[in-house]
Design a protein around this ligand. Structure first.
Ligand code: HEM
Length: 408
């Protein structure tokens, strides 16, 4: 089948797979090789091999917040190019229907049988399953201002205060809309953002974007960041989500969450010259096991009162974990690593952490970041270079659309 014929057929990605009678791997291997391969594989192994698992789009909350982290994120921050509220509302309706399809492994829209027009879907995920794709959308305070809805702006949806060691760059800071596309396949995540942005041509422009990755040893294992430490161990308890994570006040954001992003450069060459002892003291956790100092296992309770043989605090007073914990605040963290070639000035890796976190109130982040302040030993190895505060919409009911309560 030629490429043109392929798109001309009114066929969803899933239908295509069904017709082909094989999974994504089969397309690459050829049908007979695939049959031989799957002949030996169990049903379970087949699913995890070809990314069959779907995360439901509809629900009380948006997916991609409490969803167990996927391997890849493609994050895109957009600015409004139009201040026409009705056009943007229509765009959000279209985005909703696109996302609902993409998370099920479908093309964004059936393509007309007219090969003289560009296909509706850009096509790079044809033959690829959903890979747990989630797409999470939020808007900044500036979005409401530009569309004449400042009266609906919650007091909490405002810029973060300046923190002492900030090195924020304008190009990575602010923006009106955020799209977070997480999945277990980098191209599936990219495709999702690309097709949404394409639909919004003339209405939105891209401000900045960043791809991020994680190595996941197993579904319930904590990934390691580029400093080699398990990152994401301590999270708010599920029972506390209404106190820590979800907005519960009546209004358009009820069931949503505040989404804060920080692009944080990590200086690997300095870190890699640091002794293991110093590295572990920076966090107050052991590198290999991820256990807090004085304990054996990753999920053992952090005990800030433990003392070493000299009577000094075992978890150092300037360690990241102690300072974060002593703030008393909690946030849900979903951090991804990034690696973008080399820094042209230093000739070193251009790497860092795409620090993504969700909370009921941005004050939670502010409280922690203030307590980390200038004291955090981690500061020797990092710089915050990008920032943004967004309101991640509540989930969508079937027949509804993202941001419906804000627009209507
Ligand atoms: C490049 C920057 C950062 C790195 C490499 C990093 C790494 C880590 C690591 C390895 C842990 C211990 C394991 C865990 O519980 O996940 C941790 C804990 C934590 N981090 Fe970070 N972090 C960074 C930035 C931040 C920022 C900006 C915040 C918030 C303002 C933050 C808040 C926390 C919190 C709340 C904990 C849990 C503390 C507890 O045990 O109660 N981190 N971080």
């Amino acid at each position: 089948m030629t490429e043109e014929n392929f798109f001309d057929k009114k066929m969803s990605r899933r239908e295509f797979l069904k017709k082909a009678g094989i999974g994504g791997a089969g397309l690459a291997l050829g049908a007979s090789a695939a049959s031989a391969f799957f002949g030996q594989a169990t049903e379970e192994a087949r699913d995890s091999f070809d990314g069959d698992e779907e995360i439901p789009f509809y629900g009380k909350h948006q997916a991609g917040i409490t969803t167990p982290v996927q391997k890849h994120v493609y994050l895109c921050i957009l600015d409004l190019a139009s201040t026409d509220k009705t056009s943007i509302q229509e765009l959000f309706k279209d985005w909703t229907s696109y996302i609902a399809k993409m998370v099920e492994g479908e093309l964004v829209k059936e393509t007309e049988a007219n090969s003289f027009r560009p296909p509706h879907d850009t096509g790079e995920t044809v033959g690829i399953k959903p890979h747990r794709l989630t797409v999470t959308v939020g808007v900044a305070g500036t979005f409401l201002d530009k569309l004449g809805m400042s009266d609906k702006k919650p007091a909490a949806l405002k810029d973060l205060p300046a923190f002492p060691r900030d090195q924020l760059r304008e190009e990575f800071t602010g923006g009106d809309i955020i799209i977070q596309a997480c999945s277990d396949d980098a191209q599936v995540s990219f495709h999702a953002v690309r097709n949404l942005v394409r639909k919004g041509r003339n209405l939105v422009t891209m401000k900045w974007s960043q791809a991020g990755f994680l190595a996941i040893g197993g579904r319930n294992q904590t990934p390691r960041n580029l400093f080699g430490f398990k990152d994401g161990t301590v999270q708010p308890d599920k029972k506390d989500y209404d106190n820590q994570l979800w907005v519960t006040d009546e209004g358009w954001l009820k069931g949503g969450s505040y989404f804060i992003i920080r692009k944080i450069a990590m200086y690997l060459e300095t870190w890699d010259r640091t002794s293991l002892h110093e590295q572990e003291a920076t966090f107050g956790r052991y590198k290999e096991s991820g256990a807090p100092f004085g304990k054996k296992n990753e999920f053992d309770e952090v005990d800030l009162n433990l003392k070493d043989e000299n009577g000094d605090p075992l978890i150092p007073v300037d360690s990241h974990v102690r300072l974060a914990r002593e703030s008393g605040a909690q946030i849900l963290r979903r951090a991804y690593s990034y690696s973008d070639g080399l820094d042209s000035k230093t000739g070193q890796f251009n790497t860092g952490l795409l620090f993504l976190c969700f909370q009921k109130d941005p004050e939670q982040f502010v409280t922690i970041q203030k307590n980390l302040g200038s004291a955090d030993k981690l500061n020797e190895y990092i710089s915050h270079i990008g920032s943004g505060v967004f309101a991640a919409f509540p989930g969508v009911k079937k027949g509804g659309y993202l941001g419906q309560k804000l627009f209507e």
